[in-house]
Write a protein that binds this ligand. Structure first.
Ligand SMILES: Nc1ncnc2c1ncn2[C@@H]1O[C@H](COP(=O)(O)OP(=O)(O)OP(=O)(O)O)[C@@H](O)[C@H]1O
Length: 293
């Protein structure tokens, strides 16, 4: 039996999964410490969604080890695993006609007894989760009548209502306008600061670099790089994995990587900008007043 290791967060070793003869996830090692935001990056079809499903227990993987704070997730009963891990899926579904607050209430099910129903505490947690995800204003509407971005917020609220220790999210900023994208990522950051372990599959490399403590890059089901965003997201890695030319700048305020792309045929891929590891020599200069220059 594993010893409890509070603070260890998610530790996965040699996760492997095949569909028929096709290997989809190929020996992935991954750690998300408690209180950290991890970003799972990689091109379409790399295996990000599949890996999140395997970590959540939606499908069974072969693993050398899969633990949360030292507890063996494979040995946990389904209900216990559902209390501790929430997965926000891409394009999650809910039964037709269900009201948003009732959809979010489904997040409480793993915590309820079969005959208990909603308690005042459950209702309070649902209201708090709706507010945190910016979905309170449409709490009384039907889920199946919402826009994609509104649904995405409800899906996040449902996961928050689960009060998990590990929050897995598959492209949580999909469908969201830029303000909602930023507030979602800021919320994930705050949740992690409060002790949650967060792992989100993301496509926007700059947003991932801005908010994640570490990034894991998948290609063809295998981890090709992992570590701090500034160490991992280099033009060479981006070219090798995504097949595009990128300039990696340092964000003028944070020093974190800011990844810029230019249309083919322009001198955008190798444009001589400062690298994220070299914030003292920044290519971007921001002034308060354009007239100052
Ligand atoms: N139900 C399925 N049956 C067969 N193959 C599948 C199934 N689901 C996914 N795959 C395959 O598994 C591989 C990994 O898919 P996955 O959805 O995990 O990738 P992803 O990195 O999340 O991609 P995206 O960025 O496009 O969402 C792909 O080649 C995909 O075609």
């Amino acid at each position: 039996m594993n010893a409890p290791r509070p603070g260890a967060g998610l530790e996965a070793s040699r996760v492997r999964f095949a569909r028929g003869s096709r290997l989809i996830v190929d020996g992935v090692d991954l750690t998300v410490p408690r209180g950290a935001v991890g970003a799972l990056l990689g091109p379409n079809g790399a295996g990000k969604s599949t890996l999140l499903h395997l970590l959540a227990g939606v499908e069974a993987a072969e693993v050398a080890a899969l633990t949360l704070d030292g507890d063996d997730l494979v040995a946990l009963r389904r209900r216990e695993r559902a209390r501790r891990i929430a997965l926000v899926e891409q394009d999650a579904q809910a039964p037709d006609g269900l009201r948003v607050d009732h959809v979010v209430g489904l997040g409480r099910v793993p915590h309820q007894s079969a005959w208990g129903g909603d308690s005042a505490r459950d209702r309070e947690i649902v209201a708090r989760s709706l507010a945190a995800a910016g979905a309170s204003s449409f709490a009384q509407r039907r889920y199946d009548e919402l826009s994609g971005g509104e649904r995405q917020r409800v899906n996040l609220a449902r996961a928050l209502a689960q009060e998990p220790e590990l929050l897995l999210l598959d492209e949580p900023t999909n469908h969201l306008d830029i303000r909602a994208q930023l507030s979602t990522l800021e919320l994930l950051r705050r949740l992690a600061d409060d002790g949650l372990s967060v792992l989100a599959a993301l496509h926007d490399l700059s947003l991932a670099a801005s908010y994640a403590d570490h990034v894991v890059v998948l290609a063809e089901g295998a981890v090709v790089a992992a570590g701090a965003p500034a160490d991992v997201l280099t033009p060479e890695l981006i070219r090798a994995v995504w097949g595009v030319e990128a300039t990696v700048l340092a964000h003028p305020a944070t020093g974190r990587p800011l990844i810029a792309f230019a249309p083919a045929g322009t001198d955008g891929g190798t444009g001589g900008g400062a690298t994220a590891g070299d914030p003292g020599d920044r290519a971007l200069v921001v002034t308060d007043s354009p007239a100052a220059s």
